[in-house]
Design a protein around this ligand. Sequence first.
Ligand SMILES: [Zn+2]
Length: 286
Amino acid sequence: MNPCPACGATEFIPLFEKNRLPICACRICSTAFVPDPPSPEAFKDYYSLDYFTGNHSKFGYIDYAAEEPFQAASFRHKAERITRAMGGGRILDVGCATSSFLMQLGPAWKKHGAEISQDLLKAYPPPPEVSMWTGDFLDYPENGEPFDVVTLWDVLDHVPNPKATLEKCWRLLRPGGMIAINVGDRGSLFARCLGRRWHLYIPPTHLTFFNRSSLFQLLKNCRFTPQRWEYEGRWVPLSLCFFRLSYIINRTFIRKLYEWSLRSALRNLSVYINLRDVVTVYAVKA
Ligand SMILES: [Zn+2]
């Protein structure tokens, strides 16, 4: 069994099974995780186009490209915060999908993206102002100019090795550079109330389930100094709400509601949701 992905401890408590995969919690830092994560090949295969286009068994998106305006609205605040703090420079968005975050940044930024899904980039080619790199982020070339900012939106809970991912970011950043991350917080009130039914316990899509203090510890271990924590909401289409709700309440009427919302004129009605169970942290390379 692998050690805890956040603190490296080797003592665990078995929690429960979800999607036929066991989830354990670390006795030291309470990070929960899938003890036997998929191989890098299986991981790559998982993010084929259907992940972004409504394969219900993959817990992804209904139509990522159509949801873009909502993604953009949710990313605007993050883009403003980073621009206020850093001004501009070279930025790398890891797991950038259709570049919706990068496109919220102004001309002061040289925009770079890393995306594992070749399928997605084939179906939705990146905008010309984004320098795109495709592959497993751990293979991202390290011989270029250092970055001023690296962002990981909805990424760290997906990757098989969060520590190696943060160490990679550290090497890619200049001293004083910023890293910005968001992850689900299993220590949040909402997650604790829902227990195993929490909508972010979705292995093998999510493999690590942090809490705020375990993410803090991991960042410190990787030589980052956390500076700011936020619990932001996001804009989501109504249909995606029902899609995700069907993971919490696995009942026919929720599936029916979801199917109805896809056909209905309300499909693209957006709602602002903040369950305070997703934490964003801004940290600097010490
Ligand atoms: Zn731990």
